[in-house]
Ligand binder design. Structure first.
Ligand SMILES: [Zn+2]
Length: 327
């Protein structure tokens, strides 16, 4: 009973904020707290990601400067071939086990809070916001916000607070990121490690896709102030977390591949030529049937605008779980 109003609230908020969003959009780049501290860094540095098995979410306006992790057609072909191979491997290993072997999955979550110092501006995100983020994940992945229900739920195991100015902000693709994750990552393939902090390059977050062989880069990095109640205007309802975990569970962006080919590999997300920002009305960038899936968690719209996964995405995540992450 409580679900529908939630959906309506979020949809209405998305529409209502569009005008304001348009007015604010040119200022959005400058809104990022502490980004100025990093603006002296070379802007081309992350044009080619060090780790192609990751993907990011960017703020509106930031994309003109940085598109660090969108996959090429070749990379998605390689990933799809790897998924098929991983499924064959699993089928041989676990006789009779298919993609539907696990109907419900509870994912243990370790949250690492990377801080420069003990202040909020220095990354000290309170436990209450982290608990709210876990609730947002559980709502998003259960379908409670209006989308398809997925198999996944999330259980917070631990909050690990780390004060280390050398890791702050977290710089995508840097040796410091590698060092941070190598030092901190915990658990097996099924354990979700979340790193919170200030991020480089106006990014909201990035994530690794699943791999057959676990390495310690595995996990998601999320702007701390994007958690529910944070200061990242228009991106502070926790949907960056939802989006990045979607990548961690093998989802592509809804605009992957543009209007041609297999797109994001999911049949019930209409093709989309490019990322959507803010909360556009009636956007339709491909001639194929259907408006652009701007309300999908795997687009780039405002948190107020995105509220759903599709059944096809839910199935893709479960297949990938069985192939890559199931214990
Ligand atoms: Zn993304």
């Amino acid at each position: 009973m409580g679900l529908r109003p939630n959906l309506l609230t979020r949809r209405t908020a998305g529409v209502a904020s569009t005008t304001l969003a348009l007015l604010l959009s040119t200022a959005a780049v400058g809104v990022v707290p502490a980004a100025s501290a990093f603006s002296a860094a070379p802007t081309e540095a992350c044009a080619e990601p060090a780790d192609v098995h990751s993907d990011a979410r960017v703020k509106a306006g930031a994309h003109a400067k940085h598109e660090p992790n969108e996959l090429t057609a070749k990379e998605t072909r390689e990933r799809e071939a790897d998924l098929a191979a991983a499924l064959r491997e699993r089928a041989n290993f676990r006789v009779g086990a298919g993609a539907a072997a696990l109907a419900t999955v509870t994912i243990p979550v370790i949250v690492h809070v990377i801080q420069e110092d003990s202040t909020r501006a220095g990354g000290n995100i309170p436990d209450s916001m982290i608990n709210s983020q876990i609730s947002v994940l559980n709502q998003s992945y259960s379908g409670a916000t209006g989308g398809a229900a997925t198999a996944f739920s999330f259980q917070l195991q631990k909050i690990n607070r780390v004060t280390n100015p050398a890791w702050y902000p977290i710089v995508q693709g840097s040796s410091a990121e590698r060092s941070m994750k190598s030092s901190l990552r915990e658990g097996g393939k099924n354990t979700l490690n979340v790193y919170l902090g200030e991020l480089s390059d106006d990014l909201l977050g990035w994530a690794t896709f699943p791999k057959r062989r676990l390495d310690n880069m595995d996990g998601v990095v999320v702007l701390g102030e994007s958690l529910p109640g944070g200061t990242a205007t228009n991106y502070n309802q926790g949907d960056t977390g939802t989006h990045e975990v979607g990548h961690w569970l093998n989802l592509y962006h809804t605009f992957q591949g543009g209007c041609s080919g297999s797109g994001d590999g999911v049949s019930d997300t209409p093709a989309e030529a490019s990322p959507a920002y803010q909360c556009p009305t009636g956007r339709d960038t491909c001639t194929a049937a259907g408006l652009d899936p701007i309300t999908n968690f795997m687009d780039y719209t405002y948190d107020t605008c995105m509220y759903q996964f599709t059944a096809g995405q839910a199935a893709r995540m479960l297949t990938a779980w069985d192939a890559y992450r199931a214990p």
